[in-house]
Write a protein that binds this ligand. Sequence first.
Ligand code: SRM
Ligand code: SF4
Length: 581
Amino acid sequence: MTVKRSRNESLKENSRFLRGTIADGLTLPATGAIAEDDTQLLKFHGSYLQDNRDVRGERTKKKLEKAFIFMVRLRIPGGLVKPEQWLALDRVATDYANGSLRITTRATFQFHGIIKSNLKRAMQAINAVGIDTKAACGDVNRGVMSVANPYLSKAHMEAYERAKDVSNHLVPRSGAYHEIWLDGARVDADGKPIRAEEKEQKEEEPIYGTFYLPRKFKIVFAVPPDNDVDVFAHDLGFIAILEKGKIAGWNVTVGGGMGMTHGDPKTFPRTGDAMGFCGPDQVVEVAERVVTVQRDWGNRENRANARLKYTIETHGLAAFRAEVERRLGYELGEPRPYHFDSTGDRIGWRQGRDKKWHLTLFIENGRIKDRPGHTLRSALREIAEFHTGAFVLTSNQNLIIANVSATAKGRIDAVLKEHGIAIGSELSGLRRNSMACVALPTCGLALAESERFLPELLTALEESLDKAGLKDDDIVIRMTGCPNGCARPYLAEIGLVGRNPGLYNLYLGAAFNGERLNKLYAEDVDKARIVRLLEPIFEHYAKEREEGEHFGDFAIRAGYVRATTAGNRFHADLASIKAAS
Ligand code: SRM
Ligand code: SF4
């Protein structure tokens, strides 16, 4: 029987370990784009070909080609950036991109708006400060995230270190990145020169093979009680089990993921399952074995069903675990108890055990740029010039200025004030807990606005919250411009997912600590209707909530939606909800 494979599979196989004809395409001046097959391979190098959708219609009318631009995503395990790296990346934003840096929902940076003739120079400038873009996108293990602030305790630092180990272990071995972007030399995975004729037979991908993975793969490390990385949204998660402040080992979760397609119930978001427990030294091998089972068992025919969550649904958790254990040569322990409180970041100054200060700064939808009266990018550049600690990007699109002395603390406050930047602790609880994906104008898949729309929607909702006396209450709201789920909207107490320009599906009822998905409450609602639907629920919540009850839990108890008990039950109430809205 011949096995049907998706087109991407043969592309990867024939790519000569991710080279394709990218290098040639970069030198062709005739168009701002590159060959279609190369656009798929380019993702493995951390870049996407996009076009400015704001001018697409106008250019089509004028029979001009699209305004092609490239997005570049960096590989920054654990999100930690040194001040000198910050300054260099800030320069990349000016010299080659659209003047902004974008913190992503996976705690790294993206640059937007890079034209083809600048792409290689941008890659080189990034690499010059020890950061690469390998495997930031593509069918591989992506950027590995860990706890928001590694400096909070030894356990947090250990989580960060393991995230780095796993990222480095699973990064593709192909020398294509060095060859295409750095100096054109034929080099091995460590950047050492090799002769062209030696290359093909010397090169191999011991973990991925020539087909790489069936689909993207995401790994994360969390330290309870903070689920500030949304561990259950990931293909593979490690939850620290603490004993007397030390990490005794890790619960291993598998099969989380957000993406779905509107109207296709075979696709659904899913929270990860606890598969077992591993010791502190077993993390890297457990990660590798989980990845290789997904490599071999994942669906290579239909990319819409190729993520690990579907592999687990198809084969069952027990069979998946048994295969991981067989490859490990030992059994995993049973998952141990833990408790998560919340998914958000604690905005504001916080002092660590070592008396150093850490500032978590709210960054609206992760976008770092200057605008009149709010010169955020300039402020952070100025801080990077004297800051001796680190910057940490968080998975909630915020920024931690970490390891600050008491004297530098005052200086940082002064710089922020001078540039019109509020820390964010004074914002409404809804805004502090908000995230939006990029969407328009760069995302080719966006069906509606997100990053550019959420701030104004929040302003409208804040009026309703104010009336209900809820302005300071923490309520998690997330928006995406399409159902792919890049801002993890299905894990938000209020989730908004783009359907059409100006129209969103409204989801309610996720758990505040990220352990339960929400459910569809209303379809195709515009801004006015979103406010009209939520206002009475806010009022009801304010009057009838129980002590400490979160908005998402209340939405279920009060009967607005039924609880999602498992990923594949996410769509279960669709018919009744349609009738209601
Ligand atoms: Fe995403 C595709 C942006 C986090 C699920 N995502 C895209 C693309 C590359 C669009 C494309 O394929 O053409 C978007 C580029 C937009 C742009 O102009 O920059 C894009 N995703 C983002 C970012 C930048 C959103 C943000 O506002 O921060 C996040 C970058 C993360 C990173 O640094 O690596 C981002 N994407 C996520 C997450 C959240 C997470 O991982 O925690 C998810 C849901 C979790 C998951 O993977 O299940 C996510 N992105 C997707 C999907 C759906 C995948 C699926 O299994 O169905 C797509 C589409 C696809 O892969 O086909 C997608
Ligand atoms: Fe684009 Fe959709 Fe992801 Fe938003 S959720 S960035 S619109 S792919």
